[in-house]
Write a protein that binds this ligand. Sequence first.
Ligand code: FMN
Length: 209
Amino acid sequence: MTDTSTPEAPLNITDGTPLDFLASRRSVLASRMEEPGPSQQQLDQMLEIAVRVPDHGRMTPWVLQIVSPAAQIELGELFVEEFRKIEPDAKDERVDLERVRPQRSPVLVVVSSRTVPDRDGVPPVEQLLSAGNVCFNLLHAATAMGFAAQWVTNWPSYNDRIKASLGIPTSEHLVGFIHIGTPKGPPSERQRPVMAEVVETIDSLKPVS
Ligand SMILES: Cc1cc2nc3c(=O)[nH]c(=O)nc-3n(C[C@H](O)[C@H](O)[C@H](O)COP(=O)(O)O)c2cc1C
């Protein structure tokens, strides 16, 4: 892997062309966000852009939930309750990290799947991919509006009681917690893939039985 770190690069990605934007978009850690978050009007616009995703069979197989500040606090308490089951011996400081996890950004959006069994050749995996697209498109929309955004899952996404508290059925996926806020500072770049390692050209097929 090539280290392409440019830690001093500013978050001015809204200044260039759409191609510049796509070539330079970065996530900002939720812990590096602060107020203000987007206004209601900006958030509405972001969400509308977020759902403009490929969706085979027009199934709309996802739901977006804006978690209010009060509900973020409640969610943090539930994180603590569940985390204590996973790590009963965790120190208070570690437990407190879980408590504040949902409150690290001014705005928290939960994206979850609402899939149906294979219908007209659209299997659940494709519906799930569409939900993933919603998460990424929300990052794009937030970033394009000058906000910081990060997609996180971590253990709470896979916890059935946490999902239930948000009304997400056990059979569905909590695809992402999307944090949105103002960046405290410019995000650092991370290593990007070496293209030769991830791109292949197929000139002839492998023999198949
Ligand atoms: C499905 C998914 C879940 C993720 N969950 C986490 C997470 O729980 N914690 C975390 O620090 N980063 C998580 N990430 C990674 C960040 O969202 C992000 O990709 C990373 O910080 C680098 O971002 P960038 O390539 O957009 O700059 C997750 C990414 C994906 C796609």
